[in-house]
Design a protein around this ligand. Structure first.
Ligand SMILES: Cc1cc2nc3c(=O)[nH]c(=O)nc-3n(C[C@H](O)[C@H](O)[C@H](O)COP(=O)(O)OP(=O)(O)OC[C@H]3O[C@@H](n4cnc5c(N)ncnc54)[C@H](O)[C@@H]3O)c2cc1C
Length: 306
């Protein structure tokens, strides 16, 4: 087993052992990460990746943990959280942001600067890196719409610069970024009226507050939109709003969300995901595809209440 004390020596208070996933994921559930590191910048993240390679320690890079479910059995190895890679610059019709910048900062600052094209993605609670990796989007705009290029490094630690045209991407999936650690990205925008863009932003934030169960921990929409339909409509039609397994509940406000209504384990959430898929399949014949990412080991279980 690697001697993780080397990481403590290098990163000090930014290296934590046995950190519960409730502290770094928005589901506020799941087991413990063996080691958490919060690198200060790209250089520290590269150093960490090289150290993990040299010690054969698994390395997982996470942003705000807003699209993941960590198993109750925990995460072996090192999880690097990018939140300190937080520089952003908006000038000359473009925004350049490091991977750990909160996506909503990009949406807000570009709108304030009169740059149009990302205002409808306001309120997505992830990081720039996570938003790119997922091609996150809302209200008809997606991260990739305005992407110009990304800076990253590959599994061997070599720097990589990719332009959008060279990256294979689709709806909530970006094959072309697999295996890369994203460091920063540049977005090109159009000139717009700041007051109108900020008004659009306010409308989007109000719509999110009205539709989404933001009072409870969750990781947003659990399933991808099936072609020509909405997962939330199908789940609602299957009579699953309010359906519970342990502390996990299909939100009564938005059936596309599973919320941690109090004390949910990752197993509760995982079992509920399975139950929802099975019931929707039974009722409609449609197989819902998971949008959220499962980290660690999961086993099937069943049983719920309403
Ligand atoms: C209340 C709520 C509302 C939401 N609304 C939306 C919405 O409207 N639209 C939408 O698309 N999503 C939504 N989401 C889901 C989530 O916010 C997005 O998918 C977001 O982009 C994930 O970013 P993150 O930083 O939290 O990524 P994480 O959850 O930390 O990670 C997601 C994936 O990205 C990878 N990753 C993260 N950073 C890097 C990096 N620097 N380099 C390489 N890989 C990286 C991780 O390894 C993981 O595979 C919502 C979530 C919540 C909780």
């Amino acid at each position: 087993m690697p001697d993780y004390s080397a990481l403590k020596n290098r990163f000090g208070e930014h290296c934590l052992f046995n950190e519960p996933a409730s502290n770094f994921t928005t589901y506020r559930a799941g087991g413990r990460a063996e080691v958490i590191v919060r690198p200060a910048d790209a250089g520290e993240l590269l150093w960490l990746a090289a150290w993990c390679r040299a010690c054969s320690a698994p390395l997982l890079v996470l942003g705000r943990g807003s699209n993941v479910l960590v198993s109750d059995r925990g995460l072996p190895g090192v999880a690097a959280l990018t939140e300190r890679l937080s520089k952003i610059e908006v000038s000359g019709g473009a925004a350049t942001a490091q991977a750990g910048v909160l996506w909503d900062e990009v949406a807000r600052l570009t709108a304030e600067s009169g740059l149009a094209g990302l205002e409808k993605t306001s309120g997505i609670p992830g990081s720039v890196g996570g938003a790119l990796r997922m091609n996150a989007g809302a209200f008809g705009q997606e991260t990739f719409d305005r992407l110009v290029s990304v800076e990253a490094f590959n599994a061997a630690g070599e720097p990589v610069r990719l332009f959008k045209k060279d990256i294979k991407y689709g709806y909530r999936s970006v094959e072309g970024l697999a295996g890369l650690t994203l460091l920063s990205a540049r977005f090109g925008l159009e000139q717009g009226d700041p007051a109108a863009l900020l008004q659009d932003r306010s409308r989007v934030l109000a719509a999110r507050g009205a539709k989404q169960p933001l009072d409870f921990p969750s990781a947003g929409s659990v399933f991808k939109r099936p072609p020509g339909d909405y997962a939330s409509r199908l789940i609602d039609a299957a009579g699953l709003k309010g359906y519970k397994i342990g502390g996990a509940e299909v939100s009564a406000k938005h059936a596309g969300f599973i919320v941690n209504s109090g004390g949910a384990t990752a197993s509760d959430i995982y079992a509920l995901m399975g139950e929802v898929r099975a019931r929707v399949k039974e009722k409609t014949g449609i197989e819902l595809e998971l949008e959220q990412i499962l980290l660690g080991e999961f086993h099937n279980s069943a049983g719920g209440t309403k």
